[in-house]
Design a binder for this molecule. Structure first.
Ligand code: XMP
Ligand code: MG
Length: 183
């Protein structure tokens, strides 16, 4: 995709890279305090959380192992269906681990609530969620999310790991996708 084409498909930047990095520093400092002396495991949800994980883990003043889970939530276009399938499971046994799930966005909340239920049976010492973005108006189920970067309006967003049809993940900022692209 060419730069001009990308520009015509975005309406406005919602969160800049600079704002994201500042927020990650803030949350990483809090996480370091909250998990002091604990066996912390970061679990990223592929592929959207790749950028958040890369920057968040480097903002942490401590070293914590990382694992990845790939799930697909079936549904057409820009909506999650809540029917989740595991594409790649964790490599790590969660027993006695303090798990922090690192997510790009909580939209309907269906994917995360499924994931939390799935993890609950694996014997973790604790399970918490860090989501960079959250759309309060889109919530279909309540997800207990301990760390949230930014609450945003109910628009479809791309960039900083978030995609539409696998494009735009590499944009540095989070921007609103123009509705004409998907409607
Ligand atoms: P739910 O609705 O289950 O969201 O909370 C599940 C996953 O869908 C993706 N998602 C988005 N991706 N822009 C995107 O590029 C969005 O606005 C958006 N909303 C949801 C995301 O991977 C999330 O984890
Ligand atoms: Mg995701």
């Amino acid at each position: 995709m060419r730069a001009a084409e990308i520009q015509s498909e975005l309406t406005n930047v919602l969160v800049t890279e600079e704002q994201i990095l500042a927020k990650l520093d803030e949350i990483a400092a809090q996480v370091a305090v909250d998990y002091e002396g604990k066996d912390l495991l970061l679990v990223g949800v592929l592929k959207g959380a790749v950028m958040v994980m890369a920057d968040f883990s480097r903002a942490l003043p401590v070293s914590a192992p990382m694992d990845w889970m790939a799930v697909s939530s079936y549904g057409a276009g820009t909506k999650s269906s809540g029917v989740v399938q595991i594409r790649k499971d964790l490599d790590t046994d969660l027993h006695d681990k303090h798990v922090l799930i690192v997510e790009d966005i909580i939209d309907s909340g269906l994917t995360l609530s499924w994931l939390l239920e799935n993890f609950a049976s694996r014997g973790a010492a604790s399970i918490e969620v860090f989501a960079l973005l959250r759309k309060p108006e889109a919530a279909k189920v309540v997800v207990d999310c301990k760390y949230v970067g930014f609450d945003i309006p109910n628009d479809f967003v791309v960039g900083y790991g978030l995609d539409y049809a696998e494009n735009y993940r590499n944009l540095r900022d989070v921007a609103v996708l123009a509705p004409h692209v998907y409607s």
